[in-house]
Write a protein that binds this ligand. Structure first.
Ligand code: ADP
Ligand code: MG
Length: 146
């Protein structure tokens, strides 16, 4: 497990970018953390690291947004408003997770049961004692969780 502390949105973006630059096909990033903690900022960095120029926004009302302009196809899920896990099947999540691209799921804990074995778990937390812009980010691969 790796723990990184950031002190600005830019630093969180740069961490995402570094991870995006190294991302391999069929990797799923499970992103967890409260509303407003920086999941989308991190995702924007990861997309930039994949070479995506298009602006990445929070796809809250669509669940899935995909981007084709980068080094690998990128699938950005935000499952905050999902009603039922069946919706993931309807979206065709497995074609995203296992189709050679890179997937990232904001609010992944909601769909935990369908996350593949090799999922990389990233959690972002605040600590009010350490300031408004402080974030603690942990990155954990599947072996480290079992
Ligand atoms: P989420 O997707 O988790 O709901 P967003 O990424 O949309 O959150 O928003 C995070 C907000 O927190 C942004 O307004 C961003 O500027 C702010 N912020 C402050 N400090 C940080 C930090 N260290 N890392 C990421 N975001 C930060
Ligand atoms: Mg978000």
């Amino acid at each position: 497990m790796e723990t990184i502390e950031t002190f600005s949105p830019e630093e969180t973006y740069m961490l995402g970018k570094k991870i995006g630059e190294a991302a391999c096909p069929n990797t799923v990033y499970a992103l967890n953390g409260d509303l407003g903690v920086g999941k989308t900022v991190f995702t924007q960095g990861l997309a930039a690291g994949l070479g995506i120029d298009e602006p990445v926004t929070s796809p809250t009302f669509t669940i899935l947004q995909n981007y084709d302009g980068g080094r690998l196809p990128f699938f950005h899920f935000d499952v905050y408003r999902i009603g039922d896990i069946e919706e993931m099947d309807e979206i065709g999540y497995d074609d995203c997770f296992f189709g050679g691209g890179v997937s990232l799921v904001e609010w992944a804990e909601i769909v935990e049961e369908i996350l593949p074995e090799n999922t990389v778990y990233i959690t972002i937390e605040k600590d009010p004692e350490k300031g408004f812009d402080y974030r603690k980010i942990t990155v954990q691969n599947s072996e480290e969780r079992s």
